[in-house]
Design a protein around this ligand. Structure first.
Ligand code: XIL
Length: 336
């Protein structure tokens, strides 16, 4: 591919879109050679109105997931009422771009509508979960959505117990097993993940998640793996930790993925180094499903003022983080 700016014909549209060239192959080309999913989460379908955004997404990634649009209140704000416009748009884009989709948001502490928050009866809450999961999963089963975050952020941010969300308050800790069982019945062909943050940097929380997940496995709960969010602020995980996490879950028969990586720092060199080190270790540890929480700093979600956590600038120019990721992918030797 040329080092000059690249012109891409957009998905059959007559117009051409101008995006800065990386001067390299794309991430998805390299990932495909090694059977790796390389994705971008945090895709708000409205961003697709920007042809450059759509072009870079389809060029660089083979997977996507919604930002908030799969969270409960976003498409099912009232009992029995569903608005599929945003999610359909994402799934159709994935179809047109030959990408897969990760469903994100089935159970989240965020964005639960009043009709759910007002339920106090366990049977009624399980029935609401079943109706919600069936609506979401049945609509997209067999249509590009190959895996789901069933429960996101079950644990308190710093560890030390389960988040007291509506599901915990009404159903107790068993809500997690309930959610996986309901999800498995509604989407028997998809992989099901528990999605958690900060376990790579908090040893106590890491153990807590392991205890929780190994308990689910011991109870024959249908879970396929653990999705590490991997939102990193200033400090990379200690080398070896990602490998240990992967191995510990492998011993339970589970997969580990990276679901929402980004690196929040004002130091661009540190950011590049962290992207490279994490992706290199993840690949060597056997992780084959890696997604970032967005790809352009134009639409970044950060808690560190001024940080630009993603791989491309606001104008879609590749940053050091892109090249470090690309190098990690190209140098990775896939030994089956
Ligand atoms: C974030 C979104 O990016 C924000 O727009 C929203 O205000 C809050 O949620 N982990 C998750 C995601 O699993 O759902 C969160 O998304 C980021 C942290």
């Amino acid at each position: 591919m040329k080092a000059t700016a690249l012109i891409i014909a957009l998905l059959g549209a007559a117009e051409a879109v101008y995006i800065p060239s990386t001067g390299t192959t794309s991430l998805r080309e390299e990932a495909a050679k090694k059977d790796i999913l390389i994705g971008s989460g945090a895709i708000n379908p409205a961003y697709l109105n920007d042809p450059q955004f759509a072009a870079v997404l389809a060029l660089q990634f083979n997977s996507l997931s919604p930002e908030n649009e799969g969270k409960w209140s976003f498409f099912n704000p009232a009992e029995g009422y569903y608005n599929w416009t945003s999610l359909d748009r994402l799934v159709n884009f994935a179809e047109d771009s030959n990408m897969v989709v990760k469903g994100h948001g089935l159970i989240s502490s965020c964005c639960n509508p009043d009709y759910v928050l007002n339920i106090t009866d366990p049977t009624a809450l399980r029935a609401a979960m079943t109706a919600h999961f069936e609506a979401f999963m049945h609509r997209y089963n067999g249509k590009r959505v190959d895996r789901w975050d069933v429960v996101t952020e079950a644990l308190k941010t710093q560890g030390g117990g389960l988040n007291a969300n509506i599901f915990y308050n009404v159903l107790g800790s068993g809500y997690i097993a309930d959610a996986f069982r309901i999800a498995q019945a509604a989407g028997p062909d998809a992989k099901l993940f528990i999605n958690e943050n900060l376990v790579e940097s908090l040893p106590y929380k890491r153990q807590e998640l392991y205890d929780l997940v190994s308990g689910l496995v011991a109870d024959s709960v249908p879970i396929d793996g653990v999705a590490l969010q991997m939102h990193i602020t200033e400090v990379a995980p200690i080398p070896g930790v990602i490998t240990d996490i992967v191995n510990s879950y492998k011993a339970l028969g589970l997969e580990v993925t990276i679901a929402e990586m980004d690196v929040h720092t004002l130091n661009a060199t540190l950011q590049t180094d962290i992207y490279g080190a994490v992706i290199e270790e993840a690949l060597n540890a056997g992780i084959t499903d890696i997604s970032f929480w967005g790809f352009t700093d134009k639409h970044a979600y950060t808690w560190l003022p001024g940080a630009k956590p993603l791989m491309f600038t606001e104008r879609y120019k590749p940053k050091g983080a892109f090249y470090a990721t690309h190098t990690a992918l190209t140098s990775f030797i896939n030994t089956p």
